[in-house]
Design a protein around this ligand. Structure first.
Ligand code: ADP
Ligand code: ASP
Ligand code: MG
Length: 405
């Protein structure tokens, strides 16, 4: 008897008909003689609605209370799913994060999983139940509810699969698999049969929300093969696996974009040791992660320093930098929220050259100005004006021979 973990995202459980559709798939897997643990997201749009409801009370609601609120989305779907399966004649039980012993640290809104006990999941499986676990949520050492960051149900699924040494972990979503670019903005995107953990990890960190980045980190670390596929058809999706020699032959395997960053520039900063730390440490201390950084020398002893942060942290970071600018004697602080990051990714870049120059030439041909550049071993990213995002993704997709026939 195999143990199969199946995760269904928000669109797949978006209403009662869709919940019934998922229940039939789960039941089929059970009928085939498998043990099944189902991880669910909230109905699509619900987490956003809860966030906006809290935002109507105050601009920065208490983060502990936010997690109590956000966890209700998943509580709704797991109970409805267990009821649907029971109505179909199956033994089924729902489990919230704390009941499944998903222990996390206490960083509300962005908690990390530390351990999964899963005693009750095992007991219920042994007793012939289908177990339906609320994704996205856990509990900290004080017994407080925590959530794992947006898209966190993917991570719940992989962590449960790893803890229970599941034979398969299937991520069911609203697209047929992982594509060479977001199929919702690039009509020529192609479905990949396989992708390396490192590639999808880069793609996820660069804006492709098809998998939460931490879920891939977990999967790689604990050797959990992932199958990303659609809950609306029976087709095979994309397998996320360890890299092999064949994958190196493809130079670029995908294009990603992210419209959720903003840019902050401190102008005319005195150019002396320790200044970058004075500017960036307070931002890090506030829990804001800085992505790209560039520094340009303007005059002999003055420099401009520019960095990017998530859009959701933009206002907080601007406030911090306005204070820093006064302290260090910078001329002004400029903010820009209308930027986007486009990136090309591929493990083949390790052994091929010329990718960066081709990317820059492609953007130049479309008259798209590059504001910032950053690279890693397997990707190149450029910050551009947000309004050119779709054009940039499509032209890079064509230039790197990724278009479907
Ligand atoms: P779920 O609710 O199932 O977790 P998400 O909305 O979080 O689904 O993730 C699926 C979405 O990811 C797709 O609808 C698609 O718009 C987006 N996406 C971005 N990049 C890619 C990609 N390279 N391949 C597939 N989907 C992608
Ligand atoms: N419901 C949460 C979100 O919308 C978690 C998830 O769907 O994975 O971010
Ligand atoms: Mg998701």
């Amino acid at each position: 008897m195999a143990l199969i973990v199946q995760k269904y995202g928000g669109t797949s459980v978006g209403d009662l008909d869709r919940i019934a559709n998922v229940a039939r798939r789960v039941a089929k897997t059970r009928d085939e003689g498998n043990e099944v643990v189902v991880i669910l997201s909230a109905m699509s749009g619900v987490t956003d609605q809860l966030i906006s409801m809290a935002g109507n009370i105050c601009k920065t609601p208490d983060i502990r209370e936010m997690d109590v609120l956000l966890a209700t989305g998943e509580q709704t779907t797991v109970s409805l799913m267990a009821m649907t399966l029971q109505a179909m004649g199956y033994k089924a039980r729902s489990m919230l994060g704390h009941q499944a012993e998903i222990l996390t640290d206490s960083r509300y809104n962005r908690a990390r999983i530390l351990d999964i006990g899963a005693r009750r999941i095992r007991q219920l499986l042994a007793d012939g139940h289908i177990v339906v676990v609320a994704g996205f949520q856990g509990v900290d050492a004080n017994g407080d509810i925590t959530t794992l960051g947006r898209g966190g149900s993917d991570t719940s699924a992989v962590a449960v699969a790893a803890a229970m040494k599941a034979d398969q972990c299937e991520i069911y979503t609203d697209v047929d698999g992982i594509y060479t670019a977001d199929p919702n903005i690039c009509s020529k995107a192609r479905k990949l049969t396989r992708i390396a953990y490192d590639e999808i990890m880069e793609m996820a960190s660069l804006g492709a929300k098809v998998l939460q980045i931490r879920s891939v980190e977990f999967a790689k670390k604990y050797n959990v093969p992932l199958h990303v596929r659609s809950s609306f058809n029976q087709e095979d999706g994309t397998m996320v696996v360890h890299e092999d020699a064949d994958m190196e032959k493809v130079v670029v395997s995908g294009v990603a974009h992210n419209k959720n960053e903003a840019r902050i520039t401190l102008r005319k900063v005195p150019d002396r040791p320790g200044i970058a730390s004075r500017i960036l440490k307070p931002v890090a201390d506030a829990g804001i992660s800085v992505d790209m950084i560039i520094q340009n020398t303007r005059l002999s002893n003055m420099t401009d320093l520019t960095f990017t942060v998530p859009k959701s942290d933009f206002e907080a970071a601007m406030e911090i930098e306005k204070k820093v600018a006064l302290e260090i004697g910078a001329a002004e602080v400029l903010g820009d929220e209308s930027i986007a990051k486009v990136s090309v990714i591929g493990v083949g870049m390790r052994s091929h050259s010329g990718v960066a120059s081709k990317m820059f030439a492609t953007l130049a041909e479309e008259n798209i100005n590059i504001m910032m550049i950053s690279t890693s071993e397997i990707r190149i990213s450029c910050i551009i004006e947000e309004k050119y995002t779709e054009l940039a993704v499509r032209s890079l997709h064509t230039a790197f021979d990724l278009d479907s026939e």
